[in-house]
Design a protein around this ligand. Structure first.
Ligand SMILES: [Fe+2]
Length: 316
């Protein structure tokens, strides 16, 4: 059965791709940001996910203002990148898991999300840069992906509650998927930033940290903000946090913050990285009835630990 190992939140600023291409990870300007991924790499190397479900927003590569779905799900076996005009190299392609995509699509439509289904879909830097950050230097990325695009560009945008519930629908689908896969859920973008207008360069550290705190412990609390209220606090492009809300919604178990890094500024944005571990509430939720597989789920691991604490029986 599929198991959701956790979620990763990360910024996706195009200039990160340029820094990677130019090997600037250790430069004083970039180092505090890239060092924040050391713990992410350790966690991924330990957990070894098979699939990444990536919530992101397209910036005009696959969708443009003339046709911009609120939610779109990729259902392909390969996702290509193309020149986006940011001056960054065209990325290698990502392998897709079309079977899993269709499983998620069926759940989402059944739950009332009128998504756009994309059997061809270019993915932009909001997918490729997080992939390059999570798995740097790999000839081919070691996971297949299911990209899910959320409109954070053209108003009206979906609410924080709607995106949290979108993620919850995806999480339910993953819990019910009958293939033996480890799944990491990724939300990209943000945090606070504004690229244009009178508030260009706007960053709100206090609000960013509050969002990260509440995302981990009580994401429903963040739904008190309407989209305009959130933009007022996080900047026009800070609303990319909707992707983080969807990521968090897909974590159906007990969630623990395992890592965070927050650094300002990176190219006029607040750069944040976060790892949220997801421990399934019950082994049963993942179809495990034996309790024998120590990598099966958190409940099995916990029961094994408890069993090991029991005193040995002394023969009479
Ligand atoms: Fe963006």
């Amino acid at each position: 059965m599929a198991r959701i190992i956790g979620g990763i939140g990360t910024t996706h600023v195009p200039s990160i791709g340029k820094a990677i291409a130019e090997g600037k990870q250790s430069d004083p300007y970039w180092s505090p940001f890239f060092r924040g991924f050391d713990e992410v790499h350790k966690w991924l190397a330990s957990e070894k996910p098979d699939v990444a479900v990536v919530f992101y927003n397209d910036h005009g590569l696959n969708f443009f203002l003339d046709k911009l779905p609120t939610f779109a799900v990729g259902a392909a076996n390969e996702y290509r990148n193309e020149d986006e005009g940011w001056g960054i190299p065209v990325s290698k392609s990502a392998a897709g898991d079309a079977d899993l995509s269709w499983h998620l699509i069926n759940q989402l439509v059944g739950d009332g999300f009128d998504i756009t289904i994309c059997q061809e879909m270019l993915v932009d830097h909001a997918v490729t840069i997080p992939m390059a950050l999570m798995w740097p230097g790999e000839a081919a990325w070691p996971v297949k992906i299911v990209p899910i695009s959320i409109n954070t560009v053209q108003h009206p945008l979906p609410s924080l509650m709607r995106c949290l519930n979108l993620g919850r629908s995806v999480g339910r689908a993953l819990d019910g998927y009958d293939k033996d896969l480890k799944v990491v859920v990724v939300g990209t973008g943000g945090l606070s930033h504004q690229l244009d207008g009178e508030r260009a360069g706007f960053i709100n550290k206090e609000f960013d940290l509050l969002c990260m705190d509440e995302l981990a412990r009580d994401p429903d609390a963040l739904t008190r903000y309407s989209v305009p209220q959130f933009i007022e606090r996080a900047g026009a492009q800070g609303i990319e946090f909707l992707n983080w809300m969807a990521m968090r919604g897909a974590l159906t178990g007990t969630v623990r913050e395992a890592h965070r890094n927050y650094h300002i500024p990176i190219s006029n944005t607040a750069a944040a990285t976060m790892v949220l571990e997801n421990v399934p509430v019950a082994a049963k939720a993942h179809g495990c009835t034996s309790g024998e597989g120590e990598s099966c789920c958190g409940s099995c691991v916990k029961s094994k630990i408890e069993a090991s604490k029991k005193p040995e029986q002394i023969p009479a």
